[in-house]
Design a binder for this molecule. Structure first.
Ligand SMILES: *[C@@H]1O[C@H](CO)[C@@H](O)[C@H](O)[C@H]1NC(C)=O
Ligand SMILES: *[C@@H]1O[C@H](CO)[C@@H](O)[C@H](O)[C@H]1NC(C)=O
Ligand SMILES: *[C@@H]1O[C@H](CO)[C@@H](O)[C@H](O)[C@H]1NC(C)=O
Ligand SMILES: *[C@@H]1O[C@H](CO)[C@@H](O)[C@H](O)[C@H]1NC(C)=O
Ligand SMILES: *[C@@H]1O[C@H](CO)[C@@H](O)[C@H](O)[C@H]1NC(C)=O
Length: 612
C-alpha cells in the first residue's frame, strides 16, 4: 500500500527542510504517567521511521450516531435502511478548515500531498517521517520502551504537543502515547491429547437432551469435542442451507502475521463438513499482511476462526483479511514496523470498499486502559461507520474473566494504568466499544459459562440505552457494595451474547488440535448471524447491520430466542468475578443463539417482535 517512492520522497523532503518551523506556540495534547510494566531505555534512533496517524475531528459524528441507531432500532421506521458509503463518508468528513490548517502545518515541515495518505473520508492523514521530524512537529522526545514481561520494544513518548492554533483541528496523533499490546484471544491450546480423547469418547453414549436444540438433543461427544455438527445441533440450525444468490458474505479479520491455511481447511472439511470439500475463501492482504501457505506456518487463531466460520456458513463466500503491522520495534530494519494498533489499517481498507461482507468476526483485543481514550473513541467511531452501512461486527469478549486479557492468572495485571496503581477489573477494547457485539464464552452440554469468559464494564464508554434495562436488572442482583471501586457500574457492559468457547476440534499444520478461547465464540456467533442474514436477504429484507439494539429487544420480548446461561462465574484479579444469572450477565450476555427462533423473528416481513 505504501510504496518505497513515498518513503523516498519523505526522506528527501525532510533533507530539504533545514529552516526551523514557524509553528508558533505549542499546546500540550496528551500526557500520561509512565505506563506500568514498561521500562524506558535509549532515545529513539534518529533515523528510525515512524508512521504518524493524525486524526481530524468529525464534527458530524453525533449525526452519524443518530442515523446508526435509527436504522438499527427494530422499533424505528427506518430499521434496515442502511447508509451508503458516500453518505457515511459525508457524515465523518472533517471541516475544510481543519484539512487546510493541517495541510499547512505538514507543508511547513516539508510534507506535501504526494507524501501523505488519507482515509476515504479524509478524517485520517498518514505520513511516514524520521523520528527526529516527529519530535520537532510534536515537541517531544521518543524513546525505546521495553515491555518487561515479553521483552518487546516500541518507540513511544509519554506526552506530545501540537501548535496551539491546531488544537481544535487535530484530535490525536499516534503512535505517541499508545502502549497497548494487541493479542489473539485463544486461551488454551491442546495439541496432543486430541486423538486419544476422540478415541476415548464413549461411542454409544446416548445423546444429551437439550430442549432448545435441533430435534431436542445433542450428540454426547459434543460435551468433549466441539464440531460443526455440535454447533448446528446446539444452536438449532440443522438443515438450514444459506443461499449464494443474494450477495451474502462473511468476513474474518487476521492480525499479528497470522494467515489461514487452505490445506488445513480441506482436512477440516474432510473431517467435519465433507460437502464443503474443495471450496475455499478469498485472502485479502492489507498493509503488508502475510499469506505464506507453508503448512507448518499456519496460524492457530486464523485456522480456528476460518474453519468454524466458513464451516458453519458453507457455501457462503468468505473473506479473510490478513492485516500487517504491529507495534514491536525492530532496530535492525529500515522498514516501518513501529505502527499503531492495526485495527485502523483494516478500517481504512474496508471503509474504502464499496461492498462489505454483512457479518464480520474479530478475535483480537487489548486491555482497554492501554489504548489511549482518544484513539479508542476514533476506532470505535470507525466501527459505527461499518454498522451504519449494514455490517454486523462481532468481537471476542476476552479470556481473562474480569481480569485482563492475560490467560495466566499469575500474569494478570489488575491495576490502573493512571499512576495510582489502584486495583481494578480490566475490560478489553474493542469489545467495550458500544457499536460492536461482544461475544462471551460457554462450555459443555448443557451449556455453562466458561470461567475465562471476559466480561465487565467499560471505564471509557458510558452504558448505551439499548442495554440499560437488561444491565440495571443484573446490577440489582448484586449485594450492595459488591466489588465497589473495582468496576464502573455506569459503563458499557460486556459481553452482549455468547457461544461455545472451548474444546473446538481445529486442523493446524496437518493435524487435529483442541483449541479454546472466546476466539472460538466470536466466529461461531458470527456464523449464526451470517445464516440469519442469508434468510433475510432471501426474503428481500436488508441485512441485520449493527445488532445490539435488536439483540436486547428480542431478549426482552422473547427470552427463548437466546439460551439463557445461568451457571458459572468468571474469576480474575483475585476475585471469583461475576455470576451467570437469569437474564443478561457480564459473562454470557443474553446467552447463546437459538437460530431457528431468531430466524423466525428476523424474517417476518416487517420486523415483528412477539409481544409487541
Ligand atoms: C459434560 O461434561 C462435564 C465436565 O466433564 C460433566 O460435568 C457433565 O456431567 C457432562 N454432561 C453430560 C450430560 O454428560
Ligand atoms: C474434490 O476434488 C476431488 C479431486 O478433484 C474430487 O475427487 C472430489 O469429488 C471433490 N469433492 C467434492 C465434494 O467436490
Ligand atoms: C514461508 O516461510 C518459511 C519460513 O519463514 C519459508 O521457509 C518459506 O519459504 C516461506 N514460503 C513461502 C511460500 O513464501
Ligand atoms: C505503581 O507500581 C509501580 C510498579 O510496581 C511502582 O514502580 C510505582 O511506584 C507504583 N506507584 C504508586 C503510586 O504506588
Ligand atoms: C455468586 O454466587 C454465589 C453463590 O450464590 C454468592 O455467594 C456470591 O456472592 C455471588 N457473587 C456475586 C459477585 O454476586
Amino acid at each position: 500500500m505504501r510504496s518505497l517512492s513515498v518513503w523516498l520522497s519523505v526522506a528527501l523532503a525532510t533533507v530539504v527542510i533545514a529552516v526551523p518551523s514557524k509553528d508558533g506556540a505549542h499546546k500540550l495534547k496528551e500526557s500520561i504517567p509512565a505506563p506500568r510494566g514498561w521500562t524506558k531505555s535509549a532515545p529513539a534512533p534518529a533515523d528510525h521511521i515512524i508512521e504518524l496517524r493524525i486524526a481530524l475531528p468529525q464534527p458530524n459524528f453525533a449525526e452519524l450516531e443518530r442515523h446508526l441507531y435509527e436504522v438499527s432500532d427494530p422499533f424505528h421506521d427506518r430499521y434496515g435502511q442502511h447508509l451508503s458509503k458516500e453518505e457515511v463518508e459525508s457524515l465523518v468528513t472533517p471541516e475544510p478548515e481543519s484539512v487546510h490548517l493541517v495541510n499547512e502545518w505538514l507543508a511547513s515541515h516539508g510534507l506535501y500531498e504526494d507524501s501523505l495518505s488519507r482515509s476515504p473520508a479524509k478524517d485520517w492523514v498518514l505520513v511516514k517521517v524520521p523520528v527526529t521530524l516527529a519530535e520537532e512537529m510534536l515537541k517531544t522526545e521518543y524513546h525505546v520502551w521495553t515491555h518487561d514481561a515479553s521483552g518487546e520494544s516500541v518507540v513511544r513518548t509519554t506526552e506530545y504537543s501540537i501548535p496551539e492554533h491546531l488544537d481544535d483541528h487535530v484530535e490525536l496523533v499516534q503512535p505517541t502515547t499508545m502502549f497497548s499490546r494487541m493479542r489473539s484471544l485463544k486461551t488454551t491450546f491442546h495439541i496432543n491429547d486430541v486423538q486419544e480423547k476422540v478415541a476415548a469418547a464413549p461411542a454409544a453414549a446416548p445423546p444429551i437432551s437439550i430442549p432448545s436444540a435441533s430435534g431436542g438433543h445433542v450428540d454426547a461427544s459434543c460435551n468433549q469435542t466441539i464440531t460443526i455438527t455440535c454447533l448446528q445441533q446446539l444452536y438449532n440450525a440443522v438443515g438450514f442451507t444459506p443461499s449464494t444468490k443474494h450477495g451474502n458474505e462473511i468476513g474474518i479479520t487476521g492480525y499479528l502475521e497470522e494467515f489461514a491455511n487452505i490445506q488445513d481447511l480441506q482436512s477440516f472439511y474432510a473431517d467435519q463438513r465433507p460437502d464443503a470439500l474443495n471450496s475455499s475463501f478469498t485472502t485479502v492482504l492489507i498493509n503488508g499482511g502475510l499469506n505464506n501457505q507453508t503448512l507448518s506456518e499456519a496460524g492457530g487463531e486464523a485456522n480456528l476462526d476460518t474453519q468454524f466460520a466458513y464451516g458453519l456458513t458453507f457455501p457462503t463466500p468468505g473473506t479473510f483479511w490478513s492485516t500487517g503491522g504491529r507495534p514491536p520495534f525492530k532496530p535492525d530494519t529500515i522498514t516501518t514496523t513501529d505502527t499503531n494498533e492495526p485495527y485502523t489499517e483494516w478500517l481504512d481498507f474496508v471503509l474504502s470498499q464499496p461492498k462489505l461482507p454483512q457479518s464480520i468476526s474479530t478475535s483480537y483485543a487489548d486491555d482497554e486502559q492501554t489504548v489511549p481514550a482518544s484513539f479508542a473513541k476514533r476506532v470505535c467511531a470507525g466501527f459505527a461507520q461499518l454498522g451504519a452501512r449494514g455490517t454486523s461486527l462481532m468481537f471476542s469478549s476476552g479470556d481473562g474473566g474480569v481480569g485482563d486479557g492475560e490467560e495466566d492468572p499469575a500474569l494478570q495485571e489488575c491495576f490502573t494504568n493512571d499512576g495510582r496503581n489502584a486495583t481494578r477489573f480490566v475490560p478489553l477494547f474493542p469489545p467495550s466499544c458500544p457499536f460492536v457485539t461482544a461475544v462471551g464464552g460457554t462450555i459443555h452440554v448443557p451449556e455453562t459459562a466458561v470461567f475465562f469468559s471476559g466480561g465487565g464494564f467499560s471505564d471509557l464508554f458510558p452504558r448505551p440505552a439499548y442495554q440499560e434495562l437488561a444491565v440495571t436488572k443484573f446490577l440489582k442482583t448484586l449485594a450492595p457494595g459488591t466489588y465497589q471501586g473495582l468496576f464502573n457500574p455506569n459503563g458499557r457492559a460486556i459481553p452482549d451474547v455468547a457461544a461455545q468457547a472451548d474444546l473446538f476440534r481445529v486442523f493446524l499444520s496437518g493435524r487435529p488440535v483442541s483449541i479454546g478461547g472466546t476466539s472460538a465464540a466470536a466466529p461461531t456467533f458470527t456464523g449464526i448471524v451470517s445464516l440469519l442474514n442469508s434468510a433475510r436477504l432471501e426474503k428481500g429484507l436488508p441485512p441485520l447491520g449493527f445488532l445490539n439494539p435488536l439483540v436486547y429487544a428480542i431478549q426482552a420480548l422473547d427470552p427463548t430466542a437466546f439460551n439463557d446461561i445461568t451457571v458459572g462465574n468468571n474469576p480474575g484479579c483475585g476475585t471469583p468475578g461475576f455470576n451467570a444469572t437469569k437474564g443478561w450477565d457480564p459473562i454470557t450476555g443474553v446467552g447463546t443463539p437459538n437460530f431457528g427462533k431468531l430466524k423466525d423473528i428476523v424474517t417476518l416481513d416487517f420486523l415483528h417482535i412477539p409481544g409487541l
